[in-house]
Design a protein around this ligand. Structure first.
Ligand SMILES: NC(=O)c1ccc[n+]([C@@H]2O[C@H](COP(=O)([O-])OP(=O)(O)OC[C@H]3O[C@@H](n4cnc5c(N)ncnc54)[C@H](OP(=O)(O)O)[C@@H]3O)[C@@H](O)[C@H]2O)c1
Length: 290
């Protein structure tokens, strides 16, 4: 660390996340001393986001004050175990995985590393677009209490907002994000395919304002934002939907049926749908389910 509190940072992993967070740290005044890159695609990302930063081997990262590990979730544990003997006591070792907390960094901690788990709740493209999206995004922070101020300072330097997540809660935190963001993509892709069957190239134009409003309402109001045939108890409409979707794509019909059933259960539990209306919807779902 230099006299201004700026850190030498090395990045392991030049996928979608590593070069972007490296660039964010550099913008904040830290010095990125090296990044690992193994493929042409990785090299292109480094060239675009960290142009003059040398390529290094993972072992060489441990000369830096802060080592940022941005590798696939399943690679992280074995990588940390393998690299731990290179750790210098007092060195910051950070990973960006949502699922794991501090346990996966334990081999490095045993060699004296100060460990942080910082997961940006954002989807990355590996381009400078992500730098703008980081501003205002939440970052899940799991760290020993003594390091919380360090973690918060790093996250705020990215323009993001730190949110503490207990080590034991990391898995459910990550499952919630994956369920919301990843499955939303699958759902929207199915809706686009079905809409194209009716309105062709206008599908995106038709869906975008509706889906954006539905997402906004759901984030503000939760189950109370539900509208449509399930929320109204229009069992006949549900039956027709299942039939036409089944003709188009049985997988889409199955997704519709599963979500409609959960929607009916939650609407009934919230007192928005009477037990009779909910039962009528369930009957049609059972009859029409592919
Ligand atoms: N993508 C997102 O939107 C996002 C958002 C928040 C957090 N994260 C988390 O950030 C981490 C990285 O995600 P990512 O999307 O950047 O993954 P990614 O695009 O798959 O990139 C992973 C990088 O790690 C490298 N790598 C793999 N095994 C390695 C090893 N043994 N030694 C050194 N480098 C190795 C890969 O190199 P090769 O290509 O040569 O294998 C690749 O450059 C993950 O834990 C992920 O959960 C991702």
């Amino acid at each position: 660390m230099n006299s201004a509190g700026r850190l030498d940072v090395a990045v392991v992993g030049a996928g979608r996340v590593g070069p972007v967070l490296g660039a964010a740290l550099r913008t904040a005044g830290h010095r990125v001393t090296g990044i690992t890159a193994r493929t042409r695609q990785a090299a292109e990302r480094v060239e675009a986001l960290l142009p003059d930063v040398p390529w290094i081997e993972p072992e060489d990262a441990f000369t830096a004050d802060l080592v940022l590990l941005a590798v696939p979730d399943d690679v992280l544990g074995p990588l940390v175990t393998g690299l731990a003997p290179n750790v210098r006591p007092g060195q910051l070792v950070v990973h960006t995985c949502g699922l794991h907390g501090l346990g996966v960094l334990e081999p490095a901690a045993r060699h004296g590393a100060l460990t942080l788990a910082l997961h940006p709740a954002m989807t990355f493209t590996g381009t400078s677009l992500d730098l703008q999206r980081l501003v205002g995004a939440a970052v899940a922070v799991t760290t020993p209490p003594v390091l919380a101020p360090v973690a918060d300072a790093l996250v705020r330097e990215w323009g993001a907002t730190p949110v503490a997540v207990a080590d034991a809660d990391r898995a459910v935190y990550h499952a919630a994000l994956a369920h919301g963001s990843n499955h939303l993509v699958t759902l929207v892709a199915q809706a686009l395919d079905a809409a194209r069957a009716a309105v062709g190239q206008d599908a995106e134009r038709v869906l975008r304002p509706l889906l954006q409003a539905a997402l906004d309402n759901a984030l503000r109001e939760g189950d109370a934002a539900l509208t449509g045939p399930v929320a109204r108890g229009d069992a006949g409409t549900v039956a027709t939907h299942l039939r036409v979707l089944g003709d188009l794509d049985p997988a889409t019909a199955a997704t519709y049926a599963r979500l409609a059933r959960v929607g009916a259960d939650r609407a009934q539990a919230a007192g928005r749908l009477t037990p009779t209306a909910a039962a009528a919807v369930r009957t049609e779902l059972t009859a029409g389910e592919p």
